[in-house]
Design a protein around this ligand. Sequence first.
Ligand code: FAD
Length: 337
Amino acid sequence: MASRYAAEEERQAILVYLEQTGGELEGVSLELLGKGRQLADQAGWSLGGLILGHGVGDLARQAIEHGADEVWLADHPLLADFTVEASTRVTFAALMEGRPSVFLAGATPDGRDLAGRLAVRLRTGLNADCTDLRLDPQRGVLTSEVTGFGGGVLALLEMPSHRPQMATVRPGVFPPADPDPKRNGKVIELPVDLTAEMIRTRVVERVVGRSVDLTQATVLVCGGRGVAGDFGMLEELARLLGGEVGATRPPVDERQVERERQVGQTGVVCRPKVAFACGISGAFHFVVGIQNAGTVVAINTDPEAPIFEFSDYCVVGDASRIVPALVQALQEEGEHA
Ligand SMILES: Cc1cc2nc3c(=O)[nH]c(=O)nc-3n(C[C@H](O)[C@H](O)[C@H](O)COP(=O)(O)OP(=O)(O)OC[C@H]3O[C@@H](n4cnc5c(N)ncnc54)[C@H](O)[C@@H]3O)c2cc1C
């Protein structure tokens, strides 16, 4: 089935859905602006940002400083809280008007909700949960990298004839763009055609359930099955280093650690400066969550453990002895400082 607009009708532009909550841009939106800027520069295209909300005009400046050439702003009281009906309607109209070749959104709960509906309405494809993006400047085709078949393979997906080429990307995959206060850009105010009857969702209360956001941690101390449930020592190490505790899936499944601390393909993808992997074998599903870490330190009793292939510092030994020794050394250093 042909998409609502064809490749021949596209504008050579990338549009990023700039998700905001309570008047603040989500981290993944700034990350997508950074990646979008890089791809647009390679192809000589323009980069736009789409902001939906009410009273959020100030965010346009921030988006321009982070790389957008133009910001499309839809401001309306019915966009104050995210509802998928309103956001789909307004974004669909914006895309049909602007006809960008590429449309990117964060793989957040709201971004996933929106992108799925939009793809059906636009009769185009959606590459969900991408771990990398490339753009062929000659063909104007986006290549999206996703993990497939339970993480066993990396698949490269393209949609040469459908537009827009849509992809969602998980938070933490790309570094955020550095702001440049001197950048100039254009703000385009979009007409918004919304009435309360069009929106079936009613926002009754907003409850933020996440007590920890591992994507923001600069130091991550991860434990696996090999720490045998002793996450207390990892918490102490994380506290001394100003970091957070993460885990592989088995300790999470065994309820030794909260689900929001699971790192990896079905958990959180992180970008810490330093990641410790204690008692972790190094399955691909886990490694994908720390592959962007600056430095990886692994502690494992098995010298053949696959985690050592991804590590900068490899400690062959028992985590239940090495972690307390590290904690003690850091405490002593603190006392002498
Ligand atoms: C579709 C799918 C999605 C998945 N998503 C995720 C995900 O998001 N995140 C994730 O983590 N997993 C995920 N998994 C599971 C993943 O495949 C692995 O099974 C899991 O990561 C293994 O966890 P582990 O390293 O803690 O345990 P194990 O593989 O059992 O490794 C334990 C390690 O501890 C070492 N060890 C034992 N005792 C000690 C000791 N005293 N000191 C030091 N080292 C010791 C052992 O040598 C071993 O290497 C997923 C699986 C599937 C199929």
